[in-house]
Design a protein around this ligand. Structure first.
Ligand SMILES: [Zn+2]
Length: 228
């Protein structure tokens, strides 16, 4: 059975990209690959045509051009001029890292030019999260607005999610840490599946354990005690 192994110690966006990259190797029949054992791919590997194909596959799978363009359009944003925080918000929607989205929009999609990409990449994700939240945030921060459609909001225990101000939460996997007229901030506290709803908008929230080890398909299952 083909298996993709991804380190639980990498940031969630990097894990998603690595998994998609390895799936690309499988789809194109490249045989067994061991990219994940080295963090920075060597220059040799980067120039390997199989690596190029797997990276293109991952980018197109996770961030298709129509979906990226739409994500900016529905938020009335222009990729070439919006604030970096808005690009961060969209990266969280696609479940990829900020830098990964910026590079993909520049190199593969041609939605922004190199100067704009470099300008955006001067912003570190930690600083962007701090500016969005108004406080330092060392965990992952997902920003879910009412344009978040088509996929669940996936978190790990400890992650934060910014949601619309009038949101209601159903379930036990998150708790509210801040609520004001502009937003609600929730923290993922235990594994499981819940739901955020605000007016006609709703989204499932799925929380997995931090540093979960096991088959990804099971990562949101609530932990059950053995009874004794
Ligand atoms: Zn590879």
């Amino acid at each position: 059975m083909p298996i993709v192994l991804v380190s639980a110690l990498r940031p969630p966006g990097r894990r998603a990209f690595n998994a998609a990259h390895e799936l690309g190797h499988h789809v194109f029949g490249h045989g067994a690959q061991f990219d994940e054992l080295v963090e920075e791919r060597s220059t040799l590997r980067r120039n390997d045509p199989d690596e190029y194909v797997a990276n293109c596959f991952a980018g197109e799978l996770l961030m298709p051009k129509a979906a990226v363009s739409r994500a900016f359009a529905v938020r009335k944003l222009t990729a070439g001029s919006c604030c970096p925080e808005a690009v961060y918000v969209i990266a969280t929607y696609f479940g990829v890292g900020f830098g990964t989205l910026v590079n993909h929009m520049c190199i593969s999609l041609g939605l922004i030019n190199r100067t704009r990409a470099e300008e955006l990449l001067r912003n570190q994700p930690l600083d962007l999260r701090g500016r969005i939240l108004g406080a330092e945030c060392r965990n992952n921060l997902v920003v879910a607005d009412t344009n978040w459609v088509g996929r669940a909001i996936d978190l790990e225990v400890g992650d934060l999610v910014c949601a619309p101000p009038d949101v209601l939460f159903e379930g036990r996997c998150t708790e509210i840490v801040e609520r004001n007229s502009a937003r609600v901030v929730l923290r993922a506290v235990t594994t499981g599946i819940g739901r955020l709803a605000a007016g006609p908008w709703a989204s499932f929230v799925r929380v997995s354990r931090k540093d979960y080890a096991g088959r990804a398909v099971y990562r949101f299952e609530e932990e059950v005690s053995d009874g004794e």
